[in-house]
Design a protein around this ligand. Sequence first.
Ligand SMILES: [Fe+2]
Ligand SMILES: [Fe+2]
Length: 155
Amino acid sequence: MRRRSKPYNDYLNSVNDVMISPSIQKLENYDQHMGTSRLSHSISVSYKSYRLARLLGWDAKAVARAGLMHDMFYYNFREAGFTAREHCRIHPQIALNNARRNFAVSNLESDIIRAHMWLATNTRPRYKEAYLVTMVDKYCAVEEFFKGLFVKLHK
Ligand SMILES: [Fe+2]
Ligand SMILES: [Fe+2]
């Protein structure tokens, strides 16, 4: 069996209880960006943010956990009748409510979830870790969009 790297093992130890929770696993049933599931997107945001936070000596565990929870909502915004603008504004609070219902969420983790749509909304982060996650979220969204577009165009 291939040995996993230390950062990867440390990451799994930091998020294990969140990762295996049915409330997170069911995000696999929702599409996020161009064929990427909400679970894949959340893991991608969580792990990339974790690696960067670890490199910077910031609170990598909080970043990893909140990254997994940041899009904890269970609807497709078009089917739910929201405009894209309304969805941008409301889903961080919905995700935070769902996160608090399922896990013990710290102030830092709450801020990461609450402010992750900053720039699309006026909700500014309070912690440096929240700035990191909102930027990684945007990076992942763009990456997933173009990957999905590429697959679509080459079908
Ligand atoms: Fe989001
Ligand atoms: Fe996201």
